[in-house]
Unconditional design. Structure first.
Length: 291
């Protein structure tokens, strides 16, 4: 039994949106499309109706989803019976849209590979929102860009520095000195990359309209439109291996962002928090030693 494959099928059938499913899994949208076709070939009927509004699950798809969930539950019950299921410590981890795309799957894989008994619940929001939730003890910890506001009861452990890029399609290169209106594409309006680029455009009197698009692949597609730019994490761009990109080296734009692991100081003695932090640091290329 491939329980991971079953879990992926459940995700696809429940969400009914391959673009969103691609954002939270390690698969591309085209790979998920192939899995849908394979799923339908296996059971001999369509699990989705293709409509102008998107995918709509069929009655057969609904029944198949119930069957898959039943298999998953029975498998969990079996593990409980034979004593193989470990008691795991549940941790709520906040991340930005960029962070979960780059590190989410790697974090989960590292926990499983090293048999670490942590059950991670991810929450994806802006760094400002995550910072507030840690401060109000609504979340255990977060991995995100260093927020502007620091609370005295929260630890901000810098574990890496990352860079972002301002890009466009190489057939639509923008001359910012002309101060023509541009469309700025972002994964999240609240992220530090977005804030830095928006401030630069305002300071240089470049009129702009901001569009929030949750899919990186969709952002890259939208760059084919004239007068359109995007701001994305450098590692995220590299993941997609997109070749038709023009990179902008803009004066007085600092493209370096600190990545921090934040948690309440009252949680400092909890070994599970530091265990997760150690796992995350091991995944980063250039972890920064803490004094």
């Amino acid at each position: 039994m491939n329980i991971e494959e079953i879990a992926l099928k459940i995700e696809i059938l429940e969400r009914q949106n391959l673009s969103k499913s691609a954002e939270i899994t390690k698969y591309t949208q085209s790979a998920l499309t192939s899995k849908v076709k394979k799923m339908e070939a296996e059971i001999g009927q369509e699990v989705f109706n293709r409509t102008p509004q998107g995918l709509k699950i069929t009655n057969v798809g609904t029944q198949y989803l119930k069957f898959l969930k039943l298999m998953t539950q029975e498998y969990d019950d079996f593990l409980q019976v034979i004593g193989s299921a470990q008691t795991k410590t549940k941790i709520s981890l906040g991340t930005s849209h960029t962070t979960i795309k780059i590190y989410g799957a790697s974090i989960m894989n590292a926990l499983q590979t090293n048999n670490i008994s942590l059950d991670i619940d991810f929450t994806v929001e802006s760094s400002t929102s995550l910072n507030e939730k840690i401060h109000h003890a609504e979340m255990d910890c977060a991995l995100t860009s260093n927020p502007i506001k620091h609370y005295s009861d929260v630890n901000y452990d810098m574990i890496a520095t990352e860079t972002f890029e301002v890009i466009s399609n190489d057939s639509h290169i923008i001359d910012f000195e002309k101060r023509s209106s541009v469309t700025l594409l972002v994964l999240s309006r609240g992220c530090m990359y977005t804030r830095a680029m928006a401030q630069w455009l305002k300071k240089n009197q470049v009129p702009f309209t901001m569009k929030e698009i949750k899919s990186v692949s969709s952002i890259l597609d939208f760059l084919q439109i004239d007068n359109t730019i995007a701001v994305l994490n450098t590692k995220l761009i590299d993941l997609y291996n997109y070749s038709n990109i023009h990179y902008y080296d803009l004066p007085k734009l600092n493209k370096v962002i600190e990545t921090v692991f934040i948690y309440k100081k009252s949680e400092s003695q909890q070994s599970c928090i530091f265990q997760l932090k150690h796992v995350i640091e091991s995944l980063l290329e250039d972890p920064i030693e803490q004094s």
